[in-house]
Design a protein around this ligand. Structure first.
Ligand SMILES: Nc1ncnc2c1ncn2[C@@H]1O[C@H](COP(=O)(O)OP(=O)(O)OP(=O)(O)O)[C@@H](O)[C@H]1O
Ligand SMILES: [Mg+2]
Length: 157
């Protein structure tokens, strides 16, 4: 099983989903987010932060920086590449070292990574439907993430 789709009906549901998912994270996990402005990437990541016992109030989109670091059960590296205008810029902040560290990396606007997209990662696509509805699709890129998707299905399916 490589892909799972869910529908969220509220920001709270998306947060809760992220929170549950984060419980199965291990050090070194990488999650790449794809989806338009306002589709719910940061909202989902707030849930992940909660699930890692990071105080949720601290988590927001990095505004002028490309990455924020939060400490919880695992260290969370939160990248937001929206304002990245030169892909080489992510190398200068030490991207390679962070994503292969033993923390968890979550990356908004991962499509900007181009050739720097890792070989294996959990892919999350968010799509804006009417009003407060969002379709959340999880895809495993690499065997490491297939187990995670199965577990999520057991909890939410
Ligand atoms: N079901 C839902 N799941 C997530 N967010 C929702 C949902 N319904 C409504 N929203 C609202 O949509 C907005 C999502 O904003 P959020 O910052 O999470 O998006 P984003 O994908 O990170 O955007 P950006 O590309 O600007 O970083 C929030 O205002 C949130 O309250
Ligand atoms: Mg965001």
């Amino acid at each position: 099983m490589k892909t799972q789709k869910f529908t969220s009906k509220s920001p709270e549901e998306t947060i809760n989903f992220g929170e549950q998912l984060a419980k199965s994270f291990k050090g070194g996990d990488i999650v790449c987010f794809f989806g338009d402005l306002g589709s719910g990437k940061t909202t989902f990541i707030k849930g992940i932060a909660q699930g890692l016992r990071i105080r949720q109030t601290k988590v927001n989109s990095p505004t002028f920086v490309l990455m924020n670091v939060y400490h919880g059960r695992l260290t969370l590296f939160h990248f937001d590449l929206y304002r990245l205008d030169d892909i080489e810029g992510i190398r200068s902040i030490g991207y390679d070292e962070f994503i292969y560290d033993d923390g968890v990396s979550v990356i908004e606007w991962a499509d900007r990574l181009g050739v720097y997209l890792p070989d294996e990662y959990l892919r999350i696509d968010l799509k804006h439907k009417k009003n407060d509805q969002r379709v959340i699709q999880l895809s495993a890129k690499g065997s490491r993430y297939q187990k995670m998707i199965k577990k999520v299905l057991l909890v939410n399916g």
